[in-house]
Design a protein around this ligand. Structure first.
Ligand SMILES: [Zn+2]
Length: 198
């Protein structure tokens, strides 16, 4: 299940629920969050041409929405802090191993194994750090057309607040019946939020 929030709303902070999207809890932090779209499937076909080509095409085809307001609860923040700590440590260890190996004069056959292990450690650490970004904590991405922010498996409280904001907006946009065309004494249609003057 996902909740689709118009990118135009998110960009100005309109209708963003006052609970976090992951847990549905009251926020302890309100943070500017940069949401991006997932790379289109075909861009992965460019990887054999080189990682740089892939990254350039990825950067030029990506849709970005910079949301000035998004809410995070205490659990979201703990999750991010832990992830940054552990994966940051892992990355640091990955960088330290080759340095230590050279300093300790480790030779064949242990050296290639150590370097391979260090490389894997750095990659895992880096992926973990990327996964600690706010947009991942919020479980949201921009759709490929750039029109929506799709929140994956939002907390029911988040979804309910957004649905309420959406309903309120729709009611505002119902065109009120032209007063001239209305027979005198007829009440305004229900649900438009208009009341007839007395
Ligand atoms: Zn949360």
């Amino acid at each position: 299940m996902q909740t689709l929030i118009p990118a135009s709303w998110a960009a100005v902070g309109h209708g963003i629920p006052n609970v976090c999207s992951r847990h549905g809890l009251p926020p302890t932090l309100r943070a500017r969050t940069r949401f991006e779209s997932a790379p289109a499937g075909w861009t992965y076909a460019l990887i054999p041409l080189g990682l740089l080509v892939f990254l350039i095409v990825r950067a030029t085809t990506r849709q970005v929405v910079d949301a000035p307001v998004w809410h995070y609860c205490g659990r979201c923040r703990t999750r991010r802090r832990r992830q940054r700590l552990w994966f940051g440590l892992l990355t640091a260890v990955g960088f330290a191993v080759p340095v230590a190996a050279v300093a300790l004069n480790v030779g064949e056959p242990a050296l290639p194994l150590l370097l391979a292990a260090a490389l894997i450690t750095v990659i895992v650490g880096y992926i973990g750090l990327v996964r600690a970004r706010w947009e991942v904590i919020a479980q949201a991405r921009v759709t490929r057309d750039g029109q929506w922010i799709a929140v994956r498996d939002p907390a029911p409280e988040f979804d309910a607040e957004f649905t309420a904001a959406m309903t309120a907006a729709h009611q505002q946009y119902v065109p009120p019946a032209a007063p001239a065309a209305q027979p005198a004494g007829t009440a305004a249609p229900a649900g438009t939020g208009w009341t007839s003057p007395r």
